[in-house]
Design a protein around this ligand. Structure first.
Ligand code: BG6
Ligand code: MG
Length: 218
């Protein structure tokens, strides 16, 4: 039996509720475009890149924009998101996450971060957890959005661990698909209906008991 050698965390919605700030900012932009973005539709925006998210909203409204206009809209949404995030306190990290990371490290398990967000480094600095990770991969380092496995494969490479020995924590359907496509195991964080493809689903990251990692030994 091969023990799990690394755990790779998504950020938004797994470590902190920045997924909600993304939603608020997209909803505000969508409203300006005449689209009433629902929480259900927002599920499709989770885990994918900023531009891909905008394109999904535009397609919901049947709207066509030039590349220049799209760039302006995406920047606008990002400035609102950054405003929300800059007001965030380190205490907003989800309960139990730091303890989970420390317990994993105590077992010799490496810790990675794989977030599609270009703001990921800012967010982990604001939460004072930037030194907790053995490797960080963010949206500035990848070409393909989740559900493409690139982000997780790069994280495993940086950690020096084979994909099959990694477990990913993800709140986005696209993220679960990306982790599985990378040949990793995946713990879904959220609704078991939405994340049914994951190997295991929990409702909150802090609920995870590290003894459950045994289920993922190969
Ligand atoms: C992901 C979020 O982590 O990052 C998405 O789940 C977001 O909702 C994406 O669109 C890109 O983030 P950013 O900060 O680069 O716009
Ligand atoms: Mg997420």
């Amino acid at each position: 039996m091969n023990p799990v050698k690394a755990v790779i965390f998504d950020l938004d919605g797994v470590i902190v509720d920045t997924a909600h700030y993304h939603f608020l900012a997209w909803k505000r932009l969508a409203k300006e475009l005449g689209v009433d973005l629902t929480e259900q539709q927002n599920e499709r925006l989770k885990g994918v890149s900023r531009m891909r998210s905008l394109e999904i909203i535009l397609s919901l409204g049947g709207i066509t924009l030039s590349d220049h206009e799209k760039e302006k809209m995406a920047n606008r949404k990002n400035s609102w998101f950054v405003d929300y995030v800059e007001r965030m306190a380190p205490e907003e990290i989800f309960p139990g996450v730091k303890q989970l990371i420390h317990e994993l490290k105590g077992k010799g398990i490496k810790i990675g971060l794989a977030s599609a967000s270009k703001n990921a480094k800012t967010v982990i600095q604001l939460l004072h957890i930037q030194n907790e990770f053995d490797a960080v991969v963010d949206g500035t380092m990848i070409t393909h959005s989740k559900p493409h496995p690139e982000i997780f494969l790069l994280a495993a490479h940086k950690l020096g661990v084979e994909p099959k020995d990694c477990v990913v924590f993800e709140d986005a359907e696209a993220g679960v698909e990306a982790a599985l496509a990378a040949g990793m195991k995946c713990v879904g964080v959220g609704s078991s209906e939405q994340l049914h493809k994951a190997n295991k689903v929990i409702s909150k990251t802090g609920e995870f008991k590290i003894s459950a990692l045994e289920e993922f030994q190969v």
